[in-house]
Design a protein around this ligand. Sequence first.
Ligand code: FES
Length: 302
Amino acid sequence: MSTFGTGGALPTNADAGRSSFRTSVINLDRPGDPNVFSEQVRRDAANLIARYPEGQARSALLPMLHLVQSEQGYVTSDGIAFCSDVLGLTKAQVSAVVTFYTMYKRTPTGEYLVSVCTNTLCALLGGDEIFAAVSETLGVGNNETTDDGRFTIERAECIAACDYAPVVTVNYEFFDNQTVESVNQLLDRLADGERPLPTRGAPLCSFKQAERQIAGFFAPEDYALEAAATGPSTEAGVTLAVQRGDTAPSYAVDDSSARTGEDAETAARTTAGQGPSQNDAPMETAESDTANTTEPGAEKED
Ligand code: FES
């Protein structure tokens, strides 16, 4: 029997406007308390910072934000204060990053984050209908969480699985080639306490557990490392090439590079008639970035 649509305790469309989870919580009027995080979290933060060169603690901001999400389910004012405190950044700097990336959530996220790709290919193959069905079934809209705190839904931009469109992820694990019927079955099973195996990738875990892995702390369960990351569609081109005995064309390398000290890769490009692109130019300092150079005679803006 379908868990949803029974008219029981689960949310309905009529409830959709009354979620208590909707208010944005990045409130810079509220200072946030970095001390709500445990000593273990501070040790985890130190572990992340130690992965970057000395004096570059700020480089750990992205995994740090996933770490605070693994603790609180989203980035709270406390999380912003914690990152600011530990990394020596201002809260405005931390908030600017949080509000830029969609993987940093600003409202409480459910146990399962259901992301429905509604970008071009998935939309053409039914992504919008699937999103509408998920929204109808759970009684919440885009970026909203059910009142029981179990499900958050979002429209996703292309999640690099167009060969399996239309695609849905749950806590960033893939469920490929979905239909309205299959996604409703998936929601039913999750609501019933099951954790169906994704089509590929690691087994499902909770949103907070997933965030801890994204932060860079791997799950101790061995099975998480055994899952297949690709499927037949992804490998179809390579498989066909192997069957046909195709090889990638090589390009000649001008051995004069050995005489001139020229980089072999650059020599190969030049031989093939492709000069090194602007993107290949080394940019060791901000001054060497051509975006920062000023045309002769032009006033440099302050
Ligand atoms: S458009 Fe949906 S995965 Fe690319």
